[in-house]
Each structure stands twice: as structure tokens, then as C-alpha cells.
Design a protein around this ligand. Sequence first.
Ligand SMILES: Nc1ncnc2c1ncn2[C@@H]1O[C@H](COP(=O)(O)OP(=O)(O)O)[C@@H](O)[C@H]1O
Ligand SMILES: [Mg+2]
Length: 254
Amino acid sequence: MEFDGSQVLIGKGAQADVFRYQGYAYKVYRSSYPAEWIAFEKDQQKAVNGAGLCPVRYYDTDDDHIIKMDLIDGEALEKKVREGYIEGFGILAEAFRKIHAASVEGIRMPPLMATAGMGLTEEEKDTIFPIIEKLSGKYPSCICHLDMHFLNIMLPHGEKEEASQCSPAADHEETAGRTDPAFPEYVIIDWMNARIAPAVFDYARTYVIFDEFSREGLAIYKQVIADDIKNLGISDEDFHEAVKVCAIIRNREK
Ligand SMILES: Nc1ncnc2c1ncn2[C@@H]1O[C@H](COP(=O)(O)OP(=O)(O)O)[C@@H](O)[C@H]1O
Ligand SMILES: [Mg+2]
């Protein structure tokens, strides 16, 4: 496919640029990025659409390195938090609760254990596998986003939907592709990393991300998730073991 020049760059990631174009968003991957991973990302999106966790649909284009998506007309939560919107941390905590409460029944998504070792040394695998195994035996598994941060939560402009934070995908059949007034208050995007695993890994992954970027952010983050961690019965020791796993995996991504 070719853009006619009217596309506007609206987002930039490590592997892709995102453009607004003719009422849709287009994620354009670097040509070196493996096409199988893009296909995997599309499958992931279908799974979270079906689970009612994200209303943004992905569509094929004639270029396997370009995904067409429903456009979220809005801004990343990150921008608002940078401007002092402290409530953003509450939205983050709420987003985790929503994801972890979703049913895993029939969901097509790999378990963390199946992919965690990718690209790691034998020694690293020997460190992380026993921890993942132990914590997976101890806590229930759920959908984990595993890349939850303020750039992956979008705040759509326009009317807000009061009743639910995220309607089941089927409700969006008619409105998909437009600047959608029925989008929920916040939309969680970028589900490439999502896996089935105990929730502690999702909390730990975001801990590692804050630890890299913002000491102050990390302190607030720890506060806003404290009750949820406690309610899940997660011990300090288990949390720190999960952080160890996530730090090793994150390090590989660099
Ligand atoms: N459907 C969309 N509508 C509007 N903006 C989007 C959409 N998807 C992504 N973006 C913007 O592009 C950025 C990068 O997209 P994302 O899917 O998170 O890619 P990456 O995997 O590179 O982080 C996001 O942070 C967001 O600002
Ligand atoms: Mg992202």
C-alpha cells in the first residue's frame, strides 16, 4: 500500500511508526522486523478483542509490514501524567485489575513459560524457569499485558462511556474505523507481550519499567498497587522473584 501524503505521524515505537491516515491508524514496521511477529501481534489483538479488553481492531493490508487499526482519537496517558495528572496512576492500577479479571477460558495466547526463555543464556533460563514454575503453581494464571505503562494506555477524546470501561469487541462492529465516540474512557494498547501468567508478573514487569525511567514514578506506583498485591496474597519475596525474572527478560530486549 502507499500513502498519498496526507498521513500524519502520531506515534513512534522501537519497531514501528504509527500514522493517522484516512480515518484509521496504521502501524508501519521497520522492514527488518520479522513478518511472523507481526502476524503474531494480529493474533494477540484478536484474542484481546474477544476477551473484551481492547476495542481496537486490526486489519490486514496488502503489505505484511503494515497493520491498519481502528483509530483512537486521543492522547497517550503519558502526556497527561507528564503534565501532572497524578490520577493516571489510578488508571494504571485499574487497567491491571480489569485485565486480570478477564476470563482466560478459550483464549488463544501463549503462557509466559512458553516464550520467556527466548534469546536468553542457559544460565538466565536456569534462573527464571524455576521462579516462573513456582509462582505459576502458587497463584492463579490470568491474562497479563506485560508491557503496561503510560504510553500503552490511551485516553480517547469525545464522549465517554459510563457503563463499562471496555465494551466487548462485538459491540464495535458497526462503529469500528471511525473516530469512535463509543470508545471507553481509556484504551489499553500494544498487546504484543501479553501472556497467560500469574498477575504478579504483570506488576513486576511494570515495576522494572518504572525502575528504569523514574524513581519518583516507581514510588507512586508501589503505593497504588500495594492493596491489590496484598489482596492477591502475593508475598514480598515472590514479588521480588518476579521482578528478577522480568528484569532478565527486559534486559534481553535491549
Ligand atoms: N490505534 C491507535 N490509534 C491511535 N494511536 C495509536 C494507535 N495505536 C498506537 N498508537 C500510538 O502509537 C504509539 C505506538 O504504538 P504501539 O502499538 O504502542 O507500538 P510499540 O509496540 O512500538 O510501542 C502509541 O503509544 C500510541 O501513541
Ligand atoms: Mg507501545
